[in-house]
Design a protein around this ligand. Structure first.
Ligand SMILES: Nc1ccn([C@@H]2O[C@H](COP(=O)(O)OP(=O)(O)OP(=O)(O)O)[C@@H](O)[C@H]2O)c(=O)n1
Ligand SMILES: C[C@](O)(CO)[C@H](O)COP(=O)(O)O
Length: 213
């Protein structure tokens, strides 16, 4: 619903440079040679609007949580598709090269692939009163982005066997005991979450337009 971004419109439909985030995201996905089809889990009240925005995509109603939305979209992926990438419309400027790198790593045999960036700030753990308990070693920490890639069967099993809510799909595959492989993430794949992120995205978009087709 884009509550942290504000504005009263489901986030995927909020505009960046005159076009919905969803359209920016799908355009970049479609430019990755590995992407054969796009399935969108849309806000349930906006399914028709989303179909009109991305005519080539399969559109299904999303769920109450991100995990439920992914499960709904996954159920609409044909059996013939062997590699599934799960992406956030909120990461609207994710470059096609990153999409392709994730798909390639899955094809090379990984059970789960995530784009990862190093942590740039000092990280501290705090108690309920906001008192610092410890300063965490940030060297082994990573910020995780999307798209996240999986062999279809692995992702289907992870969703079928999930007993609690996860903030990403790789976390569910991790729970099955599989190794999750990191590929270098991208600053362009930032998740547009707060109003500041929209300003940053505007600036990134003018600095990194897609090549004219
Ligand atoms: N029920 C939901 C909730 C989120 N998402 C998607 O998951 C991605 C990451 O979620 P987030 O950034 O948390 O989006 P919102 O849930 O819209 O944000 P907020 O929590 O601020 O409302 C977004 O592309 C969003 O569209 C989804 O498909 N289904
Ligand atoms: C999937 C994700 O984008 C990876 O960083 C993130 O976990 C989504 O989290 P949100 O709380 O639903 O924004």
């Amino acid at each position: 619903m884009g509550l942290r971004l504000g504005g009263g419109t489901p986030k995927a439909l909020r505009e960046l440079a005159g076009e919905p985030l969803l359209v920016h995201a799908c355009r970049r996905l479609a430019l990755a040679p590995s992407v054969a089809m796009i399935v969108i889990a849309a806000p349930p009240g906006d399914v028709d609007a989303v179909r009109a925005l991305v005519p080539g995509a399969v559109v299904v109603p999303g769920g109450a949580t991100r995990q439920q939305s992914v499960a709904a979209a996954l159920a609409a992926v044909p059996e013939s598709i062997e590699v599934v990438l799960v992406h956030d419309a909120a990461r609207a400027l994710t470059p096609p090269e990153l999409v392709e790198a994730v798909a390639a790593a899955v094809r090379s045999g990984a059970a789960a692939v995530v784009p990862a960036l190093p942590v740039v700030d000092t990280i501290k753990r705090v108690d309920a009163g906001e008192h610092v308990l410890e300063t965490v070693d940030r060297a082994p920490l990573r910020v995780i982005q999307t798209p996240q890639g999986f062999p279809r069967d692995t992702l289907v099993r992870a969703h079928a066997e999930a007993v609690d809510e996860h903030t990403d799909d790789a976390g569910m595959v991790e729970r099955l005991g599989h190794k999750v492989h990191c590929v270098p993430g991208s600053d362009l794949a930032l998740k547009i979450t707060r109003p500041l992120d929209l300003l940053i995205a505007e600036s990134l978009l003018s600095a990194h337009p897609l090549p004219a087709s």
